[in-house]
Design a binder for this molecule. Sequence first.
Ligand code: E4P
Length: 221
Amino acid sequence: MELFIDSADIADIRKAVALGVISGCTTNPKLAALAEPGDFRHRVEEILGIIPGPISVEVVAEQIDDMLCEAEEYAAWHERVVVKIPMSLEGLEVVAKLERERDIRVNVTCMVNTNQATMAMMAGASYVSLFVGRINDLGDDADAVLQQTAHSIDRGGFSTRLIAGSMRSADDIRRSFLAGAHIVTTPYRFLPEMAHHPRTVETIQEFKQAWNQARSEGGLS
Ligand code: E4P
C-alpha cells in the first residue's frame, strides 16, 4: 500500500512529503494549469527533488506519433518520470510501444471501468489509474470496479500497479485501499482529514491535564 500526492503544487507537495507518508506523485494537465505559473519541466524537476519516487506526467497529444514524441520527451527528463497516457485505442498502441519497445514506464489514466484497465494491463502498462470520484459520479460502484480490477491483475499474473485516483474524501482513500488499490493518489487536503479525529484530540488533552494536575499537586516530578 502506497500513498501518492495528486498535485503539481509545490507548497502542497512539500507539506504532504513532510508527513512521511508519500512515495510518489501524479500530475495531470489540469493540475499543472491550476498550480502557480511557470516552466512545467522546471516544476517536474522540483517535484523530483522533493519526492524520491515515481512522478507521473501526462501527454496532451492525441495522435499516435505525437503522443510517442511527447512521451519520449517527458521520459528523457528523468528515469523516475512515468508517462501518463489517457485511455483510448490510440493510447493503447502507444502504451505497447513505449513499454515493450522503448523501455518507458506508463501509467494509463482517466479510466472508469475494469475492461479499460484490463486492456491497459494487457498492452503492458506498469500502472493503471481508475478514477474513483468520477466512477461514483456516473452512478457506478467504484469499490466494485477496484475489486474486479485487482482480481484481474492477480488472475492474469500482471505486475501492473493499480492506482485509485479522483479522491473526493478521506473515506474514499480508506475504501480504495480496502477494495484492492496498490496505490491511492490524493490531493493534500485529505491528509489532515485522515489524521484527525476529535476523540483523539480530546484524549490527548485528557492525558495532558492529568499529567499537569499531578505535577501541580506534587504527585509527579
Ligand atoms: C490521477 O492521477 C488524477 O490526476 C486525478 O486523481 C484526477 O482526479 P479528478 O477527478 O479530481 O480530476
